[in-house]
Design a protein around this ligand. Structure first.
Ligand SMILES: NC(=O)c1ccc[n+]([C@@H]2O[C@H](COP(=O)([O-])OP(=O)(O)OC[C@H]3O[C@@H](n4cnc5c(N)ncnc54)[C@H](OP(=O)(O)O)[C@@H]3O)[C@@H](O)[C@H]2O)c1
Length: 246
């Protein structure tokens, strides 16, 4: 049966690929994004791929006043909601963030505070409508503190922690929480950065994410190899991390 899904972040990267996969199976979609022209292009693309319905709404994750109206409008446009997918977030290199605390404050606010507030609004509405899936993109970067990305990764660590707690708190009341932990993926966010081993593609991530949505998994690493990589890294003693400059 087709699903009714809100996607925040469908204009680019992994969010676009997830929305495409949902469209290809005939789902009903509401796209939330910053620019109407990008939303229009995404709508045309998704309708061409078979979406049963695509509704768009200009939305900025930095603006908490917009959260409840956006989720309410999405629910009334689609009749009900089965899932809310959040891929939107900001990124900055450690060097750029350290050089500008204003930019750092914006990233900490959007990636942590505003993302969690949006999740609170979304999960409340999903539960009021009988339950559903809250699918949120965190990162492998949140699993360990590293010298190269401490500010960005701190937001993902906090987000992963929140999502795990949400799963424990509301699972029995019909909320399915899925924390997605991508490794390094080729998207606009990582353009120009040195690619590590096991760099992945957004399409592969979207396949794993939609499969995890279907089986109601609480967490998924994508590509899969990153689960093993992070297992090994989780056991590295701090002195080893320091010695190898990790
Ligand atoms: N790429 C990686 O290697 C990687 C690795 C681990 C985790 N992640 C995480 O995975 C998620 C998706 O990453 P990606 O690489 O697909 O990113 P991306 O290609 O940069 O796409 C980000 C999306 O988020 C939207 N967005 C950003 N800020 C927003 C805001 N304030 N309000 C509304 N929408 C906003 C962007 O919209 P606009 O078009 O308006 O900018 C875009 O659609 C992110 O949470 C990221 O942190 C990425």
């Amino acid at each position: 049966m087709s699903m009714r899904v809100v996607v925040l972040g469908a204009t680019r990267g992994m969010g676009r690929e997830v929305a495409r996969r949902l469209a290809e199976r005939g789902d009903h979609l509401v796209l939330l994004g910053r620019k109407q022209e990008d939303l229009d292009a995404a709508q045309a693309d998704l309708e061409g791929r078979g979406a049963a319905e695509v509704v768009t709404r200009v939305f900025d994750l930095a603006d908490a006043d917009a959260f409840e109206p956006a989720i309410d409008a999405a629910a009334s446009a689609l009749g009900t909601l089965d899932a809310v997918v959040v891929t939107a977030s900001l990124f900055g290199t450690q060097e750029d963030l350290e050089a500008d605390l204003g930019v750092t404050a914006q990233l900490l606010d959007v990636n942590f505070t505003k993302t969690i507030l949006f999740c609170e609004v979304a999960r409340t509405r999903l539960m009021e409508m009988g339950g559903g899936s809250l699918v949120v993109f965190s990162s492998v970067a949140g699993d360990r503190g590293r010298r190269s990305n401490g500010l960005y990764s701190a937001t993902k660590a906090g987000l992963s922690h929140y999502l795990e707690a949400l799963d424990h708190r509301f699972h029995d009341q019909g909320l399915h929480t899925l924390c997605v932990k991508p490794g390094f993926i080729r998207t606009g966010m990582t353009e120009g950065l040195d690619e590590p081993p096991f760099t992945g593609e957004p399409d592969e991530v979207s396949r794993l994410v939609v499969a995890a949505m279907d089986r109601k998994a609480p967490m998924v690493y994508a590509p899969r190899i990153w689960q093993l990589v992070m297992l090994v890294i989780s056991f590295l003693p701090r002195f080893v991390m320091r010695r190898v400059g990790f």
